[in-house]
Ligand binder design. Sequence first.
Ligand code: SF4
Length: 349
Amino acid sequence: MNSKKVVFVKDVPVGGKYPVVIQSMTNTKTEDYKGTMEQIRELYKRGAQLVRVSFPDVNCQDSFKKIVKDSPCPIIADIHFDHKLALLAIKLGASKIRINPGNISKKNLIEIIKAAKENNVPIRIGVNGGSLEKDVLKKFKYPSPDALYESLKLSIEFFLENDFDNIVLSIKSSDVVDMIESNLKLKNLPFPVHLGVTEAGGLLRGSVKNSIGISYLLLNNIGDTIRISISDSPLYEVDIAKMVLSSLHISSNFPDIVSCPTCSRTTFNVISIQKDVEKLVENFKGKIKIAIMGCVVNGPGEAKDADIGITGSGVNGVLFKKGRIVKTGPINEIIKSFYEEIKNYGKQN
Ligand code: SF4
């Protein structure tokens, strides 16, 4: 969405005028073909457009080969240290590979570049605090945003000297401010940028850290693909990514749910209904705005642009669409109709 250059990961364009691409990563053992495929299918159904799979050793090669063939979306091989694994992943059909060039010798990098070029496989150049070259670390003393940027710049120069520009850039840090500051330095580079806060923590903390870092950069026109990294189910990563993109109005093709924070005026169980609605729309691809407002003081008025909304008045419920009341009655009946409307909306769109 923000870079000058476009990179194609199989048939998925990243960068240029194309929308921000959502990616996630499996946390199954890659040797476990069945478990990994199940997770990839779930991630894809949920909205992931690219899925990264670890390629830790040669034991996963048979499974990886089948995964690449059977996956509904392009597969990125995640490689560390061993250039032979990168060569093998390319040979087995990886649509993109991710390496940290700081961890691989120049001689071996040249071999990877050659194979990637021959197979038209893009490479994500990853830089993080643990992958800095000795010289860079000596110069900057610690993995500061300047050090991370310097390391990435050296890698980019090396790839370009070797006549390879099919690259995606990434600088990751578990510190949100460092992640933002280092990525801001990428603004004038032409290559697509992968955004994420690494090792961000659990569901709640990780969501907050990733959302802050990624949103700040996207609003500053930096970033072409995003991965939310959390210590929890990768399915949440995709959900959070969709929420970030729709909250920023970068993609309107996802559901949006507005629900009030509840207070002493609340006339029905807003919190449990909100949770039910999140479940109803979890695999929903398409635009819909749903409102759950605890009382008529603020709903439907404050949610008049919602496609479908519910509010309560005394013991009665009110169902509304685009600010217009379409049904009133006992709250339990209205809740049932509300769920039906959402399901039908999902079928129509
Ligand atoms: S919509 Fe009504 S119930 Fe919900 S927080 Fe506002 S005043 Fe309270």
